[in-house]
Design a protein around this ligand. Structure first.
Ligand SMILES: Nc1ncnc2c1ncn2[C@@H]1O[C@H](COP(=O)(O)OP(=O)(O)OP(=O)(O)O)[C@@H](O)[C@H]1O
Length: 474
């Protein structure tokens, strides 16, 4: 069956920094659209003015782009709609008025304290808490008097009695909710802003969203939204409620808690492809174990492979994908990535040789720094185990090494062989003290590659320093 061209969206609230759970849900939604050559829309749900900030909107756009997503419509790229919900108020009011005209809403004057008391009573009686319907029963006259007196009022949707709302969820299967279990819910807050249930559903319908892929924290909201859409004769999309990503404490990641933000991983030096490769495998069973580039990830993505079980971010897995991501960089991109640690004006062939030598030892860009010092600078840093290796090797070893390395035109392998013969050492006993003297460490990138970049005089300086150190220490 050909893949359906879905129109999907990611609709975050700018109430904090995007975390890995948001990013994973955004990625899956993006892939669902891209897979069938559909469209992906970004909408900012900023109706809750108290919690939304402009700085968070900007951070969110920047983080999503860095993560590797692009969108066909959105606040920064435009499109036929307005993509910030707070600018869609007039549209929302029009649709609220239609519900009103159909007799499906009523003002609710209950205060937060009254609602909380009612909840507690219901819970104490062992009942699931839902709106008790206090203001539903008010007659038209009493309503008018209270409104005229300026009493703050939210607007509630009148949920029909005795019905079943059924829908097929692409992750959770057939869902059935009895309307008798759903209390009349708020669609406009007392401050005049539209509530999530309403604005989110209306905007999905008006923007032509055909698949709502979101976290399963919204599964129980869906029947309410379907009731609104049906009441307004608006199209009902398909739904896929994906499992939430949990934090270390086992609780779902949430912007409110500020945990594991995308920005934090970016600052720590992770590459976006590493995060994408890890996140696409959380709650989505990939058939292919290896690295997935954008095209391969689209090909790999299947709605039928989405799982129901909550998933946990795994640091070890992310490190694995980071190494893969580094290996995948073109030489040009790798050099750009570590560019801050290279000497200015480095000639292209030397840069290429450096990249080839150090890449397997670089997980984060900053890991290139010590090797750049070894290759292009003076050796000043010595690890304690390198010092110990130098002292143990003794002065004579470095005197022999200096002689072998002074002879022009020899390959590194040949020098090593000659030094082995001269010193009677082999294997690590030969190699380790040489590495320690020439790099200041007992482990690191392949020595031949690194040394090809170090000028002969500098090699001699390092061997002379080692001789002195071995002499002094021995
Ligand atoms: N822990 C999570 N794992 C996966 N998806 C999530 C998680 N938390 C939220 N989402 C999804 O991210 C999308 C954006 O949601 P939203 O902006 O409300 O995020 P949030 O983290 O729940 O924020 P807040 O804490 O402000 O409510 C929604 O589809 C939501 O279901």
């Amino acid at each position: 069956m050909p893949n359906q061209p879905y129109v999907t969206r990611f609709a975050p609230s700018p109430s904090g920094l995007l975390h890995l759970g948001n990013a994973r849900t955004a990625l899956l939604s993006y892939l669902a659209a891209r897979k069938g050559k559909g469209r992906f829309i970004l909408r900012i749900e900023d109706t809750d003015e108290a919690r939304s900030t402009e700085a968070h909107v900007q951070a969110l756009l920047e983080d999503l782009r860095w993560f590797g997503l692009d969108w066909d419509e959105g606040p920064d790229v435009g499109g036929p709609h307005e993509y910030r919900q707070r600018h869609r108020r007039a549209i929302h009011e029009t649709w609220l008025a239609k519900l009103d005209a159909a007799g499906l809403t009523y003002p609710c004057f209950c205060t937060p304290a009254e609602l909380s008391l009612s909840r507690k009573r219901q819970l104490a009686a062992g009942k699931p808490p839902r709106y008790a319907g206090t203001c539903r029963a008010l007659d038209a006259h009493r309503r008018a008097v209270r409104l005229a007196a300026g009493e703050p009022a939210a607007l509630r949707f009148r949920v029909p009695a005795g019905q079943i709302v059924a829908f097929g969820d692409l992750v959770h299967g057939e869902q059935r909710f009895a309307t008798d279990d759903i209390g009349d819910f708020i669609i406009r807050r007392a401050d005049g802003s539209t509530a999530f249930f309403f604005s989110n559903a209306i905007d999905d319908a008006l923007m032509g969203i055909t698949l709502v892929l979101r976290g399963d924290d919204h599964l129980t909201n869906t029947p309410r939204q379907i009731l609104i859409l049906q009441a307004l004769d608006l199209p009902v999309p398909e739904y896929a409620h994906v499992a939430l990503l949990l934090g270390m404490d086992g609780a779902p990641l949430s912007k409110r808690h500020g945990a594991q933000s995308l920005g934090e991983f970016r600052e720590r030096g992770f590459l976006p492809g590493a995060l994408r490769n890890h996140l696409v495998r959380l709650g989505h069973a990939c058939q292919h174990d290896g690295w997935l580039d954008d095209a391969a990830m689209c090909a790999e993505f299947e709605l039928s492979r989405l799982g129901k079980a909550a998933a946990r971010f795994d640091a070890a897995q992310l490190h694995h994908w980071q190494k893969e991501a580094v290996a995948q960089l073109s030489q040009e991109d790798f050099l750009r990535w570590i560019g801050a640690f290279l000497p200015p004006g480095l000639e292209a062939p030397r840069a290429a040789a450096f990249a080839a030598a150090v890449r397997p030892n670089v997980e984060f860009a900053r890991d290139a720094q010590p090797w750049a010092e070894v290759a292009f600078g003076r050796l000043t840093n010595f690890m304690p185990d390198a010092v110990a290796a130098i002292e143990a090797a003794g002065e004579a070893f470095y005197a022999m090494a200096a002689q072998v390395f002074a002879r022009p035109g020899l390959e590194f392998k040949q020098r090593l062989r000659e030094l082995g013969q001269a010193s009677g050492r082999k294997g690590p006993a030969l190699f380790m003290p040489l590495r320690a003297a020439l790099t200041g460490a007992t482990h690191g990138p392949e020595l031949a590659g690194l040394l090809s970049l170090v000028p002969d005089e500098e090699v001699q300086t390092r061997l002379a320093a080692a001789m002195q150190r071995a002499g002094a220490g021995g």
